[in-house]
Design a protein around this ligand. Structure first.
Ligand code: SF4
Ligand code: SF4
Length: 419
């Protein structure tokens, strides 16, 4: 947790110029001053000066932030608003506690892979036993506000988690690099296809992949103010990955990648610093380190556009690598969309908590996608994929939403896929 003195220094830098208003997706939808960075900084300052309590309203206003960093990018004084909002969330969690549901998810599921796998299997059972069909048919959830809409956001769970489907080591002959793959929870439990695409593309480019035992990166806990759980998870991951003799630790998830990078500040140990230095996004490894070679399959007829995940573009500073990889695919036409770096509204569990707001933000993204005439939308974050599929479906669009790795994988004739 950053020190209160540091928070005060940042707060004093705000000149109230309003530069953050123009880019804040929440302000764009609501025109509410407390939701924009300037308003949030005002609230935090008033709390520190003893003029404002950590009331339920204050808690709600602090949770109404996508942590997208757009305000920071547009701020003349480069105030790290997301860090200040996280500071406030941590203080609220410490003084007022976190909800019963979140506490149990963070402390009893995220820290325990066995229980997390059981929860994922229960999700799969719910979806495939006819129970989900029955619940939807009975319209039972409509009795509980927008629960039915939130339930429709649930992605289809994998029958078997990705890490249980693949061996620990995926060798190649004469490897040019050896990497450890941090799969993240979504690829593991929801999108094994993305995992297969990642390893297939890497192996076709001479990269040996090792997949160690691992835990959630900690972002759900961190974003809810539960720093203690995030620190525990970071320690576990650092301990396991530091045993691997690898050139890099790669991830296919922008949210995981930016969180893993933050382990250095979170743990403040030499091991965590060395871990964080090795973390690379999948696209960065391929474009900047390995020198991506596509396969021989020509993907004619694909018109592709790309959504920049906030955590990749502003969190890790990566925007060119994915584009250069797309442009290297034979036969593909690339069309840049308007506001490609504007948040899609997913923001972890934001779309579950504030469904209507997240959908309005997402609809703007869906319109920008459709305006390009693309038939494929690519991105580099499984959480964005879920939100983008949902909002495009609501718009009646048939644009296919894929992870960048899945497009690259289509160029190889030896693609290996399971689910
Ligand atoms: S852009 Fe920066 S300095 Fe200007 S009001 Fe927003 S947070 Fe304050
Ligand atoms: S991080 Fe994003 S959602 Fe939060 S205040 Fe800044 S621009 Fe708005």
């Amino acid at each position: 947790m950053i020190k209160v003195e540091t928070v005060k220094t940042y707060l004093d830098r705000c000149s109230k110029c309003g530069g953050c208003q123009a880019v804040c997706p929440l302000y764009g939808e609501t025109m509410a001053e407390p939701l924009v960075a300037r308003g949030k900084l005002f609230l935090i300052k008033n709390h520190i000066e003893g003029k404002l309590e950590l009331s339920p309203k204050m808690k709600e206003l602090m949770s109404l932030c996508l942590l997208c960093k757009a305000c920071m990018e547009n701020c003349p004084n480069k105030i790290p608003v997301d860090q200040l909002v996280l500071w406030a969330r941590q203080k609220i969690a410490q003084e007022k506690g976190i909800s019963f549901v979140k506490k149990n998810i963070f402390q009893h599921l995220l820290k325990n892979n066995g229980r997390l796998t059981i929860a994922a299997r229960l999700g799969y059972f719910y979806q495939h036993s006819g129970l989900q069909w029955l619940v939807r048919k009975s319209r039972l959830l409509e009795l509980f506000g927008d629960l039915a809409k939130k339930e429709s956001l649930l992605p289809e769970m994998a029958k078997v988690p990705f890490r249980n489907q693949v061996p620990r080591l995926l060798p190649v002959s004469r490897p040019q690099k050896r990497v450890a793959y941090f799969t993240g929870c979504l690829t593991n439990f929801v999108f094994p296809d993305i995992g297969y695409a990642v390893i297939n593309v890497l192996r076709n480019n001479g990269v040996e992949v090792v997949i160690p035992e691992q835990w959630c990166c900690g972002i759900p806990a961190l974003a809810s103010g539960d720093e203690e759980t995030a620190v525990d998870l970071a320690r576990k991951n650092v301990k396991v990955f530091q045993r691997e003799n690898v050139d890099a630790i790669i991830t296919d998830c922008a949210s995981c990648g930016s969180t893993l990078k933050e382990y250095a500040e979170l743990l403040e140990t030499p091991e965590a610093r060395s871990f964080a230095e090795k973390v690379l996004d999948f696209s960065q490894l391929l474009a900047d380190v390995v020198g991506f070679q596509p396969g021989e399959e020509e993907l004619s007829g694909l018109v592709v556009t790309y959504h920049d995940p906030c955590h990749l573009r502003r969190g890790m500073g990566i925007s060119e690598a994915p584009r250069s990889l797309i442009k290297a695919v034979p036969g593909v036409t690339f069309k840049e969309m308007k506001e490609s770096d504007r948040c899609c509204g997913a923001a972890g569990s934001f779309n579950l908590t504030y469904y209507e707001l997240a959908v309005s933000i997402g609809r703007r993204k869906a319109k920008n996608v459709q305006d390009t005439g693309a038939n494929v939308l690519l991105t580099a974050c499984p959480s964005c994929i879920m939100q983008l599929r949902h909002v495009l479906q609501l718009e009646g669009s048939d644009v296919q939403v894929l992870h960048l790795a899945q497009l690259l994988d289509k160029t190889y004739s030896n693609a290996e896929k399971k689910s």
